[in-house]
Design a protein around this ligand. Structure first.
Ligand SMILES: [Fe+2]
Ligand SMILES: [Fe+2]
Length: 315
């Protein structure tokens, strides 16, 4: 019989694993400074200090690069919401508490460096950016009410950290600026380390309470939404980013969902009871459907891009 533990019992049982992974993280994480990633000599005053305000022609970023940068930055800006979720669902004690604080401090760097870069290089309209930040942070990133608890939370952040890693890395590519690319690679490396912490903890939870963890993983994968889903224009911008391969369905399946499931050996495990088996079957059916959706999405995208290219050809 597989045992059922409360969230508090799971946190207590996993405390040594949290400590081990916190120490691993601290030994791997490199100290870096946002100011080293920003071309300050490109900066100049805005009108309030005798200079000129932002104008669209000052930006060297393409439309897609601007949209991706803003989406990634607003996502990072919502850190207080994510901190609240993590702090509520993880323990405040010992290694858990240290992780929550450390993770929050590292994440804050991402928003700092992205904003400094965009304002100094005049990559996006700073007034529109500030308005969007106010709206987005006022709304917050509210997780669905049935997503409470450690297991669901740790499963979500495992996939979410990897998703933001992919999104940052591909945003660096479309900026066509080696400085932006370097900055986004630096952020993406942080997200990867965060992912490993959560993935290891969720993996340990699978060993401890296989059925409960499996149910949490299925719930998250089958309902996954990007962390920035509550921001203004998210749907439109998400479609644009998918169209340009910054974060699309194939990347979600092949670079985010599948590698994590493989690491957890979900489809090789023999420690589930009927409950866990049922959740795993549901997950398998979902993945199969997703594989079909990827092909459909790419066919549609190919047709759309071909039509656009044809329209741009001289008659
Ligand atoms: Fe981040
Ligand atoms: Fe992260």
């Amino acid at each position: 019989m597989s045992k059922t533990l409360t969230q508090l019992e799971i946190l207590t049982e996993l405390q040594p694993v949290a400590e081990q992974n916190l120490n691993r993280h601290l030994s791997m994480a490199k100290e870096w400074h946002p100011h080293d990633y920003v071309p300050w000599d490109e900066g100049r005053n805005f009108a309030a200090m005798g200079g000129a305000d932002w104008a669209p022609e000052q930006s060297r970023l393409s439309e897609i690069a601007r949209v991706a940068m803003i989406t990634n930055l607003l996502t990072e800006d919502n850190l207080p919401s994510y901190h609240r979720e993590i702090a509520q669902n993880f323990s405040q004690d010992g290694a858990w508490g240290t992780w929550v604080g450390r993770w929050t401090a590292e994440e804050n760097r991402h928003g700092i460096v992205l904003r400094d870069y965009l304002v100094v290089t005049r990559g996006v309209d700073p007034v529109a950016l500030e308005q969007a930040r106010m709206t987005h942070m006022t709304t917050g990133a509210n997780a669905p009410s049935d997503w409470g608890g450690f297991l669901v939370n740790v499963a979500y952040v495992t996939f979410q950290e990897l998703a933001t890693r992919v999104s940052h890395r591909n945003t660096g590519r479309v900026c066509q600026d080696p400085i932006a690319d370097r900055m986004l690679q630096r952020i993406a490396a942080d997200e990867n380390l965060h992912m490993i912490f959560y993935r290891n903890l969720c993996g340990a939870a699978l060993d401890l309470v296989p059925d409960q963890a499996m149910e949490a993983i299925t719930r998250i994968v089958t309902n996954f939404v990007m962390p920035g889903a509550t921001m203004p224009n998210f749907r439109r911008n998400g479609v644009l980013m998918a169209k340009h391969g910054i974060y699309d369905l194939r990347q979600h399946l092949e670079e985010v969902v599948q590698p994590v499931l493989k690491k957890w050996e979900i489809f090789e495990r023999t420690d589930f009871t009927a409950r866990g088996e049922q959740a795993r079957d549901e997950l398998a059916a979902f993945i199969e459907k997703l594989e079909g959706d990827v092909v459909k999405f790419e066919e549609q995208r190919d047709r759309l891009l071909a039509r656009e290219a044809a329209r741009l050809q001289p008659a």
